[in-house]
Design a protein around this ligand. Structure first.
Ligand code: B12
Length: 135
């Protein structure tokens, strides 16, 4: 007999060349503690690698942790690759994102943007809302 899990599956990913992995590890733990199944890509992924892993792992949401300043180049690229593959997986971005870039990321198809200091409740709720298509 097989049992099917109904837990949300979340890919948390680091795209770009920086080594700021403290936040993404905190986020992974928060989401796991909230009952989600979390897959962490590790550092230095390309948008193509993130897109491929998300499809292979059949995740409900992708969370990008971005502190390098590369978010305007990399996050929309992940969204576009998903669309090119006809996959409707929502993308949430967290990290060092200047306020003026938030509307641009949302316009590019990112579901939500979180900043430093986001509480565990905010992180889990934002991911859950994105998965439900309301974030
Ligand atoms: C710690 C730190 C480092 C550590 C990293 C240790 C590690 N393993 O992570 C070290 C000392 C190595 C480091 C190095 C560098 N750093 Co540094 N670093 C920081 C610092 C002080 C804190 C980051 C942090 O860990 N915060 C704690 C975590 C828990 O918070 P967080 O990541 O923001 O995550 C929270 C939210 O943002 C959100 N979130 C984050 N990701 C996600 C994802 C999802 C899906 C969701 C839902 C939420 C979410 O939820 C989390 C919980 O609240 C920041 C400044 C700052 N105030 O943020 C600079 C900062 C990120 N670093 C910076 C720089 C420039 C560098 C260096 C290039 C410096 C240098 N010249 O050498 C190097 C790069 C090294 C490299 N190879 O990448 C800049 C980046 C500038 C930019 N973006 O334009 C910053 C902003 C400092 C600054 N003000 O200039 N750094």
């Amino acid at each position: 007999m097989t049992s099917e899990s109904t837990a949300l599956r979340v890919l948390v990913a680091k795209v770009g060349l920086d080594g700021h992995d403290r936040g993404v590890k905190v986020v992974a733990r928060i989401l796991r503690d909230a009952g989600m199944e979390v897959i962490y890509t590790g550092l230095r992924q390309t948008p193509e690698m993130v897109c491929a892993t998300a499809i292979d792992e059949d995740v409900d949401v992708i969370g990008l942790s971005m502190l390098s300043g590369g978010h305007m180049a990399l996050a929309p690229r992940v969204v576009k690759l998903l669309a090119d593959n006809n996959v409707g997986i929502p993308v949430v971005v967290g990290g060092i994102i200047p306020e003026q870039d938030v509307p641009k990321l949302l316009a590019a198809g990112v579901a939500s943007v979180l900043h430093p200091g986001a509480s565990a409740e905010e992180v889990a709720a934002t991911v859950a809302k994105a998965a439900a298509g309301v974030g």
